[in-house]
Design a binder for this molecule. Structure first.
Ligand code: NAI
Length: 327
């Protein structure tokens, strides 16, 4: 019998969890059976129980077990994949420092628990915001886990960029490759079309600079806000779908000749300071990844990458000052 993939999902009773868990259990990562560990804060455990009842009622053939807990060490024990979705949302009265500090407490503790009990092949994907810096905090608090096992989700931004380019060019998404998101999962992110290919042609031959600057980039960067305005709550199904896409590609590999966008610990590539968790064009294979090397970066792209990376550097300085990561 095949050993099930042990997947811990934090924030399991939240909006994203309500979509994500069903995608994982119905084969979103492939045809290997899955065991789900649902981690929640104590007051949300009854809600998580309700979600688990629905998962059971789906009679998913690949779902081999569900455990519900408020204990991170239990959820992460022997886990192969940790999807860190649960985070403290920003409320009106909170400053940015308050937000970093509240999330810092969560991701410090979860990083330490992962370090102590996760499986040898653990991969950690952070969706909860501020995702890049939360991933940095978890990674820095898990010194025994190789840094390349941590990543933060910029796949939703990548998918949004693919979708907008597909709409503009009247091309199916499946015909577009080599899209890149650089930097932070925030409004400063940069969706780079310089290397994108649409049905075998460079995207830059099909769209013009004014459209990129005045429509494409703002639409992709501000899509989260537009969805909140339209729906009354933040993107959840699309965030869950992107989380599944990112985990699946990480474990199973990107298509030949293509790449994806993942925020990973920088090795200094493309002038991004070492150690920052920043989004790059990334190719994956056999559960590992590498940053696509040697892409040409023009002045337009350079300025935007630098702005987003500067924001990440500021966030790192702030969490260092709070003592959440070593100096
Ligand atoms: P939500 O508020 O509906 O759910 C969050 C859940 O996390 C709640 O059930 C809460 O009880 C739980 N939680 C809080 N602290 C926890 C802890 N220490 N351990 C375990 N669970 C904990 O939020 P939603 O909509 O599901 O979003 C989750 C996160 O994902 C937010 O931070 C949101 O900003 C972020 N997000 C990220 C995106 C990305 O592309 N990276 C896209 C959309 C959302």
């Amino acid at each position: 019998m095949v050993t099930p993939l042990r997947i811990a999902v934090t924030g399991a009773a939240g909006q994203i969890g309500y979509s994500l868990l069903f995608r994982l259990a119905s084969g979103g990562l492939g045809d290997r059976p899955v065991e789900l560990r649902l981690l929640e804060v104590t007051p949300a455990l009854p809600k998580a129980e309700g979600v688990a009842m629905e998962l059971v009622d789906c009679a998913f053939p690949l779902l081999s077990g569900i455990d519900i807990t408020d204990d991170a060490r239990r959820a992460f024990d022997g886990a192969d994949l940790a999807l860190l979705v649960g985070a403290r949302p920003r409320t009106a009265e909170m400053t940015r420092g308050d937000l970093l500090s509240a999330n810092g407490a969560i991701f410090t503790a979860q990083g330490q628990a992962l370090n102590d009990v996760a499986g040898d092949d653990i991969r950690v994907l952070v969706t909860g915001n501020p995702a890049n810096t939360n991933a940095l905090i978890a990674q820095q608090n898990a010194p025994d886990i190789p840094a390349e096992r941590f990543s933060a989700l910029t796949r939703l931004d990548h998918n949004r960029a693919l979708a907008q380019l597909a709409l503009k060019t009247g091309t199916p998404v499946s015909e577009i490759s080599r899209m890149t998101i650089w930097g932070n999962h925030s409004a400063t992110q940069y969706a780079d079309l310089s290397h994108a290919v649409v049905s075998g042609r460079p995207a830059l031959e099909l769209v013009d600079r004014p459209w990129i600057e005045s429509e494409f980039l703002p639409t992709v960067a501000n899509r989260g806000t537009a969805i909140i305005e339209a729906r009354g709550s933040s993107s959840a199904a699309s965030a869950a779908s992107a989380t599944v896409d990112a985990a699946r590609d990480w474990l199973n590999g990107t298509a030949e000749g293509d790449w994806t966008s993942m925020a990973v610990v920088s090795d200094g590539s493309y002038g991004v300071p070492e150690g920052l968790v920043s989004s790059f064009p990334v190719q994956t294979e056999n559960g590992g990844w590498r940053i696509v090397p040697d892409l040409e970066i023009d002045g337009f792209s350079r300025a935007r990458i630098d702005t987003s990376v500067a924001e990440l550097a500021d966030e790192r300085t702030a969490v260092r000052k709070l003592g959440l990561i070593p100096s």
